[in-house]
Design a protein. Sequence first.
Lengths: 198, 198
Amino acid sequence: MENNSKSFKYDGLLRQNIVLSGGLVTASVIVACTTMMRAFVLVISFFMISYLSILLCRFIPKKIAYSFRTLLYSLVAAALFVPTAFVLHMLFPGTLNEVIVYIELMIVNSLLLAKTESRFYLIPYGAMAADALIYIMGYALAAFAVGFIRELLAYGTIFGIKISGALMPAARSPFFGFIIVGLLSAVSKAAVIHRKER
Amino acid sequence: MAEVFARMVSLVMISVFTQNAIFDRAFGVNVAIYASRKNSHILGFTVGITIMTTLASAAAYPFDIMLLPSEYGYLFMPLIYVGIVSVLYLIGLFILWRFFPKIFYQVKKYAHLSVFNCAVFGALFLNYNFGKGFAGYVGYGFGTGIGFFLACFLLNVANDRLNSDKIPQVFRGYPIMLIFIGIVSLALNVLVGYTAEF
């Protein structure tokens, strides 16, 4: 029972990572996550829009048909976008402008529209809050890993600090994003398989 | 008239090839991967997404013209787009339920997936940058749906091979699919001699 509860709590980090395993929220990481700073801004946005939406939408009555609840979830997320974008505009105006489209798209992310129904809203509120937070941390893990690799390869920097020359400028292109996320996905799958075998 | 038509056609071509929702922007990758598994899904999703992007783009045009030039207008666009898409979604569901009940019961399970996704909302968010005028908006919206079909078709063709035993277990499924999309994305970039600045 304890083991079940443990795996239930932490599987959002790797085994069911929404970027590397489930592919539920990938666009922002694949295209926009080219530096650590961008990854940071995306993670903050994802937390403020998705996590708070998940917590708030729990109060939408289940009596409403799923087809209609989906639209209400998106409306709540769109309302949360307003303060999120406003705060980020004050703190990181340059970076926000570069990734704004992908932050706007977080209002229809599958963590909110699909995972809520299949997982989060089937468990008690406290457990749900913790579980959703683990999923957000899983997103952060993937975003920072991709941001780190791409920034180092494309610009030769980490958080803007010069480490080396730009080894592979094409690393900031969308096609490289697909390939690197695909490779990291395979690595995470191998880690999960290895852990299972042990 | 001819100029308007030419503008519309050029925007369709741009959104199918140079700004393909899946290969260039990664909008709705998870939906495309899901839809590409079955031929019937490809058709259903393509029709749903194309109708929605075309109509929603047309409906969003006046709001974009009014709000986006102002400094903080962009903050409210997600709310407006969710409103527009929700109204169209409900009208669509009503028409299907009232006049085509068989189709309604077939598609109601995944109708929301073909509407509330990054491909549809991505087209709306990018329209202002690329659409330029009502005809351009409609052309870009329509082209996004056709671009989605192209992506699903290519993924469908490769699906069996990418999931065969010849692929190492850790790469099978989602990882190899992403790498495949990355390679097609690279090929399209080279073909059109264009790279998105990200």
